[in-house]
Each structure stands twice: as C-alpha cells, then as structure tokens.
Design a protein around this ligand. Structure first.
Ligand code: 6GU
Length: 277
C-alpha cells in the first residue's frame, strides 16, 4: 500500500518510523512518505496561508501549494484528467482530510481503507484548507474528511498517526500473529476481556480461578461474559448497535444479570435522569 502524508510539520510524523509501522516500511509492506507541504511553495517565506475571504479570525491554507503537491503525488496525467468525478470502483486514490468536521473514523473505516492502493493524508493547520482543494480533488480522488473523535486538535498530524496505525496493522504481514487481530475490541463490536499473567496472586489480588482450571470451554465462556459485562458497563451504545444475531440466549442471560447487578440499591436515588424509559 502506498501512503503519502502532506504536512507543514513533517517532524510530527516521526513516530511512523518506529515499532510495527517502521518495521513494515523496512520490509517493503508499506510505501510511506511524509512530505513537507512548503516544498511546493515558490516565495522566499514559503507561505502556505492567507487571510480568509469574508473576514474572521485566523488564517486559511492557500490552495496553490496543495494543488501542486497533489499533482506531484498523483503523477503524470493528473493535471490533464477530465473534469469528471473519480471512479467509485475503489481504484481511485483516497484523499483523507483530517478534520473535526469529518465523518468519524472507526475500525470499519480502517478495514475499508486498508483495501485501497493509495492513501494521501492532507494535514491542515490554522482554520483549515481552502475548500476548493477538496472540490478539485474529487475529479481525481475519493475525498474523505475524517474526524478521530469529538474533540478539537490543533492540526491533522496526530489524527494521521492514529489513522495510519489503525490501517497499517491490518495489512498482511504487518502484525506477526494475525490471530491477535480477531478477538480485539471493536472487531466484533464488543470490548476485550481482561487479561492476567503470573504470578497467580499479586498484592493480595488473585487471578480469577476459572483461568487456572484448564477447562478451555469454561475459560471461553468466562471471557465472553466478561466482554459482554464490560461493554454493557462502559459502552452500552456498542451493544445497541450489534446485529440481532450477534447475541445468543446465554449472552442475553449474562447481560440481564449484569443489568440487575447494576440496578441502584433500593431506597437510594440514582444520580441523574433515567434515560431507559
Ligand atoms: Cl482529524 N483533526 C483535527 N484538527 N481535530 C480533530 C480531528 C481531526 N478529529 C478530532 N478532532
């Protein structure tokens, strides 16, 4: 897979040289290049921003360096292509524009993007990138504004670190043991079960006995119950979103028991409104 990251702070992306992602690059599994957007400026000050039309606070990123950078990354033909939308058959390069105003990036998005040949990440700073860059890019690329959550960052770089790591680890050969991908949080809509290692007792805390029983069936059931209980407690929204057939009778019994265990003690008012109706 080819990945290009455009940023005015390329040093911010240095962590992509480390660990699993760094090794995947060395092994040739990932063709990842971080570019300095200022390489496509032509003035002495390497200017990438200007004041917003219509007034207001802050600065806006100029379209010119972005246009030339994308021309260079897309290669010959890009500048002469017709003014038609990029093909929607999954072959077009994807322009990912990190923005708190984007579609929320999830594990499903990571899986989808891991199937593509070429991803370009356009890290904006200041108040954002002139809208015409995205508008123009739709003629050559699939443009995807992407948010990594409901909070505001200073720029797209940290979000790109998050997205590249989530995508790259799904590529064949990047993770040593692909089985570890399967049971993970969010792959099947449930959070992970808690894990333990030796010693069996540590600071008076014992490992749950079932894990020492050697009964693989019981261990599997306990782990699934823990995943259900944890998801119900921490992320009830994930349970609501599960497909109908994701939970069997035993799962439903576990969840009913968990709900009963969480009921506020009789006579004690629960804090806040009851949204369950
Ligand atoms: Cl992708 N970018 C910025 N600047 N802020 C964000 C974000 C992205 N996702 C959440 N907040």
């Amino acid at each position: 897979m080819r990945l290009d990251v455009l940023s005015i702070f390329p040093d911010y992306l240095a962590p992509l040289e480390l660990s699993l992602i760094g090794r995947a690059r060395e092994k040739g599994l990932l063709d990842l290049t971080v570019h300095d957007l200022r390489d496509w400026t032509h003035d002495r000050h390497r200017t990438v921003d200007d004041t917003p039309y219509g007034g207001g606070a802050g600065m806006v990123m100029k379209p010119q360096p972005w246009g030339e950078a994308l021309d260079a990354l897309l290669g010959a033909g890009a500048a002469s292509a017709e003014e038609a939308p990029a093909p929607e058959d999954g072959t077009a390069p994807v322009l990912i524009v990190p923005s708190p105003a984007g579609e929320v990036f999830t594990q499903a998005t990571a899986r989808e993007l891991a199937e593509r040949r070429h991803l370009v990440f356009a890290c904006g700073r200041y108040e954002g990138i002139d809208q015409r860059v995205s508008d123009w890019a739709t003629t050559r690329m699939e443009v995807r504004p992407m948010s990594i959550g409901d909070y505001v960052l200073n720029g797209g770089e940290v979000a790109v670190l998050v997205m590249v790591e989530a995508i790259a680890r799904l590529l064949p050969g990047v993770i040593g043991n692909p089985e570890s991908l399967d049971e993970e949080s969010h792959e099947d809509g449930l959070l992970e079960y808690p894990v333990y290692t030796k010693p069996a007792v540590w600071r008076d805390h014992a490992v749950p006995p079932v894990l020492l029983s050697g009964d693989h069936g019981k261990v599997a059931r306990w782990r699934r119950d823990e995943r259900l209980r944890r998801t119900a407690r921490v992320r009830p929204d994930l349970l609501v979103a599960l497909p109908q057939d994701a939970l069997d009778a035993h799962d439903r019994a576990t969840l009913a028991q968990a709900a009963a265990d969480q009921e506020p003690t009789a006579g004690v008012e629960a804090a806040g409104p009851d949204l369950a109706e």
